[in-house]
Design a protein around this ligand. Structure first.
Ligand code: RB5
Length: 143
């Protein structure tokens, strides 16, 4: 799968670890930055990843900041983006099965590396259930 990944300075270290994990899992990963812990503005990185998904350059995205909150708020402003802020294995799985999330957000200051890797593994391998969940997604997709 083609995955676009990005972070701000608050998520830089976790983003680098997750980038490597996703590659090891066999995915093609495009890293849009940031590329150091120098302070940047998270909406700029959210825009880069969202546009990769909107144009079809990436099937999924991963965005990481300090809390995951700013990234998820910014990303969900973009059409066709369903960003899920996940801090545990269960919400990661459900965000795929029920919400067909195409973008995963996490907070480096919230989750440890082990939990984050579990989240990514399950999020990348879980499938959308469709059916009644597709009906519900359609109900908010035109807002
Ligand atoms: C940066 O300090 C921090 O505000 C950012 O990474 C994120 O947590 C915002 O939601």
């Amino acid at each position: 799968m083609k995955i676009a990944i990005g972070s701000d300075h608050g998520g830089f270290h976790l983003k680098e670890a997750i980038r490597i994990l996703a590659q090891e899992l066999g995915h093609t990963v495009e890293n849009v930055g940031c590329f150091s812990t120098e302070a940047v503005n998270y909406p700029d990185l959210a825009q880069l990843v969202c546009e990769k998904i909107q144009t079809g350059a990436a099937e999924r995205g991963i965005l990481i900041c300090g809390t995951g909150l700013g990234m998820s708020m910014a990303a969900n402003k973009y059409k066709f983006i369903r960003a899920a802020l996940c801090h545990d294995h269960y919400t990661a799985r459900m965000s795929r099965e029920h919400n067909n999330a195409n973008l995963l957000c996490m907070g480096e200051r919230v989750v440890g590396i082990g939990v984050a890797e579990d989240i990514v593994r399950v999020w990348l391998s879980s499938e959308f259930s469709g059916g009644r969940h597709q009906t519900r997604i359609a109900l908010f997709s035109q807002c």
